[in-house]
Structure formats: structure tokens, C-alpha cells
Design a protein around this ligand. Structure first.
Ligand code: PMP
Length: 329
């Protein structure tokens, strides 16, 4: 299909890339779905589109309605594009410690941005809960609720999973994926296991997230912290519930940063930190499986969003990560 219908029609059907250097080094086929090529620049365009389609179908979102979401980034960017395209008002509640690039971009895309002080999830003034209350108070508004609205994982069950299955010629040994809301992992894992139960599902987790310990030992426990954005969680969201997961790999910041810069210098790919977590974990899984296997993961978003942080030598030096990146701080 050569012609796609606007922004909505351009979401998904991203290419599956073979990472040549990493494949040669491991003797495995290391494949990554280029989600940064979605029209809003990330994997979250898929969830955003599905959430709006679902709300429209159910008659909850009517013409000229309002979409409210609590988001630290990519979901808000996807929603802002879609709301502009479909004529909705878009309100984004965002923790005020997020990068200026993200706030500026959301505003440029026409969203009303409401920065709020960062608060833990259990606090009633957590940004997600503020978004929920705001949607309740505004007539004609819906709360996208990406964490617990399972239209999110359905997007990946309906699109990302089938695309990976088709593009690999129905042959892969493992799927590796980091989680924020859990939508991507949950939808893709369910789809792939339904096609072939032998496909190994591996969660890639940054430090400071509780899921690694949960998969390994059945208990939510978070230790440390991470510079990555958009991934890592301390609770089991409705999207994540019941996901078939075989194993988990934990990736620390130096390994993530080293991989992000390796992708840039050796593969020519300019992507964000969660892609570094995914690829570092994929290489570990490839080593566990041994040569001749095929491991699939995702390149979640573009590096440009992180220009002031991950791609800023002074910032990296401040975090003690300049050596990992191979830059002078
Ligand atoms: N990577 C990035 C850059 C993201 O913004 C997100 C979403 N917050 C993810 C990965 C994780 O995706 P999901 O919410 O489907 O778990």
C-alpha cells in the first residue's frame, strides 16, 4: 500500500531492521523494529491511536471532545498529533521535572500542557491521578489512562505482534522488551505466544524498576535508579496483568548508555535510552541462547528528545556516564 491516510494511517507497519554489527558479534540474528519511524516518533503512537479509536467506537469521545492524559512524554506527543488531526482539545498533565524539549514540543503540537510537581503513584496528587480527576470534571472529556486502559495492549496485539510475526517469516526464538505501561510487552507477548508458545518472552528492566525482581522472585522490589525515561515501573498495571513472561534481564545505566552510543556510531541509529536497554538486554539473551538464534526487540523512539541529557557530554559527565558513552565530559 503506497498511500496512507494522514497521521492516523501512517502509524505502524514500521520496518524490522537487522543490526549488522550486533548480529555478527553474537552469531545470532538481532532484529529491531524501528518504532522511532512512527509519524509521532515513537512506539506510543500505536497505543494513542488505539485508545482514541476505541473511545470513538464506544461513543465516549464525540466530535470536538477533549482528551486528557497524564504522561511524561511519548504518549502525549502521539495524542497531541492525533487530537490536532481529529479536532479534539488535548490536555497533558506532566511532571515538572521533564525535559524542556518535551514541554516545548507538546505545546508546539497544540496541546495544553499542565506541569505539576512530581509525586509518587500512591499520592493523590500524582500526575496520572490529577489527569483522571480533570477528565471527570470537564464535560465531553475522556481520560486516555494509558497505564490501565487495555486498549493500549490491544494496539500491540492487533498490530506490533502480527507485524513481527509476518516480517520474521513466522520464525523467532525470543522477544525482548522494556516496559513503561506494559502495553507493548503485554500485547506482543500474548500475540506471539498464541502463534508459537516456544517464543521466549524476556522483560528488559532498568535499575529502579520493580519488575525484574517480580519476574525472578515473584515480588515487586525496586533498587537503584536510572537515567532512562518512559520505562520502569513499581506496580503491575492492568495492561501488564496476566502477561506471559519467561525471564527478565536487568540493564544498568553504563550498559544502556554504551549501547545507545554504539547504535549511533556503528549502526547509524539515533535513538533514546529505552532502545539502549532493549538492545543491551537482547544481546544478553542472544548470548544465553547461543549462535544461530533470532532475537527481536524494539527501537522505541528518537534520540532528538534527549539532546539536553543523553546526548549532552556535560550532562553525561555530571552523571558519571561520559566514559560509558565514549565522550569527553
Ligand atoms: N520507550 C519509551 C521511550 C517510552 O516512552 C515508552 C512508554 N512510556 C516505552 C518505551 C514503553 O512502552 P510501554 O508503555 O508500552 O510499556
Amino acid at each position: 500500500m503506497a498511500i496512507r491516510d494522514g497521521f492516523s494511517g501512517s502509524v505502524g507497519n514500521t520496518p524490522l531492521l537487522r543490526l549488522v554489527g550486533l548480529s555478527a558479534e553474537t552469531g545470532c540474528d538481532i532484529l529491531a523494529k524501528a518504532e522511532f519511524l512512527n509519524p509521532g516518533g515513537s512506539v506510543k503512537d500505536r497505543a494513542a491511536r488505539h485508545i482514541l479509536d476505541d473511545a470513538e467506537r464506544q461513543g465516549r469521545l464525540l466530535p470536538c471532545g477533549t482528551v486528557v492524559e497524564g504522561t511524561a512524554g511519548n504518549t502525549g506527543i502521539g495524542l497531541a498529533h492525533l487530537c490536532a488531526e481529529r479536532g479534539y482539545r488535548c490536555i497533558i498533565v506532566i511532571p515538572d521535572n521533564q525535559s524542556a524539549e518535551k514541554l516545548d514540543l507538546l505545546q508546539t503540537l497544540g496541546a495544553e500542557v499542565r506541569p505539576v510537581p512530581p509525586k509518587p503513584y500512591k499520592d493523590p496528587d500524582n500526575y496520572q491521578k490529577i489527569a483522571g480527576r480533570l477528565a471527570e470534571q470537564l464535560p465531553g472529556a475522556i481520560w486516555a489512562n494509558q497505564f490501565d486502559n487495555t486498549a493500549n495492549r490491544q494496539a500491540h496485539f492487533d498490530t506490533t505482534g502480527p507485524e513481527i510475526w509476518a516480517d520474521t517469516g513466522e520464525r523467532l526464538d525470543a522477544f525482548v522488551c522494556a516496559t513503561g505501561t506494559g502495553g507493548t510487552l503485554a500485547g506482543v507477548a500474548r500475540y506471539l505466544k498464541g502463534q508459537d508458545p516456544r517464543v521466549r518472552i524476556v522483560l528488559a528492566d532498568p535499575m529502579g524498576s520493580a519488575l525484574y525482581h517480580w519476574v525472578k522472585h515473584g515480588e515487586l522490589l525496586a533498587e537503584g535508579s536510572s537515567i532512562t525515561e518512559g520505562i520502569g515501573t513499581t506496580r503491575i498495571t492492568a495492561n501488564l496483568e496476566g502477561t506471559p513472561i519467561d525471564d527478565a534481564v536487568q540493564v544498568d545505566d553504563p550498559a544502556c548508555v554504551a549501547m545507545v552510543y554504539r547504535l549511533l556510531r556503528e549502526e547509524g541509529l539515533f535513538v533514546g535510552g529505552s532502545s539502549g536497554i532493549n538492545l543491551a538486554a537482547a544481546v544478553q539473551v542472544a548470548r544465553q541462547l547461543g549462535p544461530g538464534h533470532r532475537v527481536v526487540t524494539l527501537l522505541c523512539d528518537r534520540g532528538g528528545l534527549y539532546a539536553g541529557r543523553l546526548f549532552n557530554p556535560a550532562w553525561l559527565a555530571e552523571k558519571g556516564l561520559a566514559a560509558a558513552a565514549g565522550v569527553k565530559g
